[in-house]
Write a protein that binds this ligand. Sequence first.
Ligand SMILES: NC(=O)c1ccc[n+]([C@@H]2O[C@H](COP(=O)([O-])OP(=O)(O)OC[C@H]3O[C@@H](n4cnc5c(N)ncnc54)[C@H](OP(=O)(O)O)[C@@H]3O)[C@@H](O)[C@H]2O)c1
Length: 334
Amino acid sequence: MNIFFKNIYILFMNLNFKQIENFFREFITNKKSSNFYNFFALFGFYYIGCKLIRSLYSFKKYFLTTDSNLKHKYGDDWVIITGATDGIGKSFAKEFVKRGHKVLMIARNESKAKQVVDELTKIKSDALVEYIIYDLDKFYTDEDIKELEEKLSPYKEVSILINNAGIGKMKSLVNLSNSEIRSLINVNMNSVTFLTKAIIPKMNKNKKSLIVFSGSGLYKIKPAYSTVYSGTKCYLDGFMSCLSQEHDNIDFTYLEIGPVSTNLNRSTGRSKISPDDYCSSAIKHIGKYEYSAGHLKHGLLMGVVLSNNLLLRSTRKIIKKGVEKMLNNNNINQ
Ligand SMILES: NC(=O)c1ccc[n+]([C@@H]2O[C@H](COP(=O)([O-])OP(=O)(O)OC[C@H]3O[C@@H](n4cnc5c(N)ncnc54)[C@H](OP(=O)(O)O)[C@@H]3O)[C@@H](O)[C@H]2O)c1
């Protein structure tokens, strides 16, 4: 229904006021019933037309998007990935290594980082993969930022930044500890802000570069018990949207990620996919679309859930019940 009223609004904006005034004057003075029907037929056609165009666009996005040569498009300088020691970030690192990119991982755990470097060099023996150790859960004082900049200083040119590291906690706000809240904000928002600020000057102004955000479909669904987590993902959306208008030389993509089987998401569900599966699809979407679920399964899921308010409300109820069940089980097991 919201979309219906939005379309009416757009239609009105496109008509000039004289036309609208004449239409209503004729409608009121003549009370012609044919006008009444024409009026709604017009809206009907417009509404169906808009839906059709959106469906075709989604069809193209999720069925016809082909692999593109990211090296050719963005150059072969460093690809920086946060949270590449596990889950989605690690799968992204594999995709970039397969495509011959130089990968720099920002990790907090050195033994895990070394292990991933080994795994990645097995995929491609001449792969150039390095890491810096930096815990993203910081207050980002001037000293913290200086430390980050110093660690990044050997990496003078960057083609692509994948802001992927993130943590999630599904709990009611009052039950989140203060340190859990701080960590969510530090890792999911603050680190992205300061890292992006540090990296942009390293991107070539005469060539296109790319910045990707591992967002979440929850930033649109906004279910209960994800207050701070969804809030941080909404922040990334706003951050990207404003930033993209300041930098014509940078492409931006916000990934509206759905359920992926990783340490972060241990729930069971049929819509879950493996991180490798997710990234082999999402890599085709980055740089091409400003917003994408990255995978057909997640695209369909988001499309259905957000298609009307009734479905959105039902999804919120299902998620709420699911999280409550999980929280109760956790309490029983503790
Ligand atoms: N999985 C899903 O269903 C899902 C859905 C929507 C959105 N997402 C988003 O996708 C992104 C990746 O999530 P994932 O599912 O791949 O999670 P994951 O498997 O838990 O991996 C998270 C990565 O972030 C790193 N990390 C966490 N805290 C860090 C810190 N303080 N400093 C440095 N690195 C840190 C982890 O490092 P360690 O290896 O040292 O732990 C790991 O490499 C997140 O932004 C998440 O919000 C995931």
